[in-house]
Each structure stands twice: as C-alpha cells, then as structure tokens.
Ligand binder design. Structure first.
Ligand code: FES
Length: 155
C-alpha cells in the first residue's frame, strides 16, 4: 500500500485542493483509509501541497487523533486527564490489557486494536471515558469496557 502512496496522495490533493488548508482533510482521509500515517505519505503530502515535511509532521503530531504511528483497525483512546484519572482510568486500562494483551502505545498482533491515552474528551461527568474510533463511551467499569470491546471484535 505504501508503493501507491504517491498516487493516492495526488488523488486526495485533487479532491481537497493543494492549499495549506487542505492539509488536515488530506491527513484525515489517509488515516481513514490506512488507520495511520506513514512517513512516505507525509513526504508526498508535503510535495503535493508545496510545504515542508516538518510542517506536515507538526500538524499530524499536534492532532493526536491523526496518529503518526501504525494503528490498528479500532483505535481505543482512554482519557488520562484528572477527572478520569481520579475515577480510576487505570482500572479501564488494566481491563483492556487483560482482554487484548496490549498496553498504551501498543497494537494487537492481528492489527485489530491499538490502545492510547488521550486528553480530556469533554465527557468528564461520565468519567472514566474512552473513545473507540469516533464513538465515545462513558461511565466505564472494567466489565462494561470488556463488553464493549467484545462487540468490536466481531466487527
Ligand atoms: S477528564 Fe476525562 S473526559 Fe474529561
């Protein structure tokens, strides 16, 4: 899939335009398609938009949701900010580790799940909270977390 990065990025540039504002939608489309941002994509995006690779990398790093490392099909982000921290977010992480065998920053061998910490998801009143892809889950308990993950295993 990396070999056609050049062609893929050119298509996205045709779709979104070759201005600086096109950077974010292009990055988002790459992640939607491949689940992560490889360096070769960033180099090609920089070329298409005529901006520096550092600029592309900086934007991708700033928006943690884009992810610049390899990610699984389902990306789990557990809130680590203070409210969720106080509401035992570590128990949620432990439940995920128990079920999937991964710690934050890791991806399952089958490429199906990646686990990350994230900052406040704006759902503090329902902490501990997590996001799976773009679906928000709150009031988590270890059991509820496992049930949710089991439903994703079938997808
Ligand atoms: S502190 Fe976790 S959602 Fe706000």
């Amino acid at each position: 899939m990396i070999s056609n990065a050049e062609e893929f990025i050119a298509q996205l540039a045709d779709k979104h335009g070759r201005k600086r504002e096109s950077l974010l939608p292009i990055l988002q489309d790459v992640v939607d398609q491949y689940y992560y941002l490889d360096e070769s994509y960033m180099v090609n995006i920089a070329r298409e938009l005529d901006i520096s690779t550092a600029d592309v990398y900086g934007t991708a790093s700033f928006y943690s949701f884009l992810g610049i490392n390899e990610q699984g099909k389902h990306v789990i982000r557990v809130c680590q900010t203070i409210v969720c921290d106080m509401k035992r977010k570590e128990d949620i992480i432990d439940a995920i580790t128990e079920l999937l065998g991964i710690r934050p920053g890791e991806t399952t061998h089958d490429g199906k799940f990646s686990l990350f910490y994230t900052n406040c998801l704006g759902s503090c009143h329902k902490g501990p909270a997590m996001l799976i892809n773009d679906e928000l889950y709150g009031d988590l308990t270890p059991e509820k977390t496992k049930d949710i993950l089991v439903s994703y295993m079938k997808r």
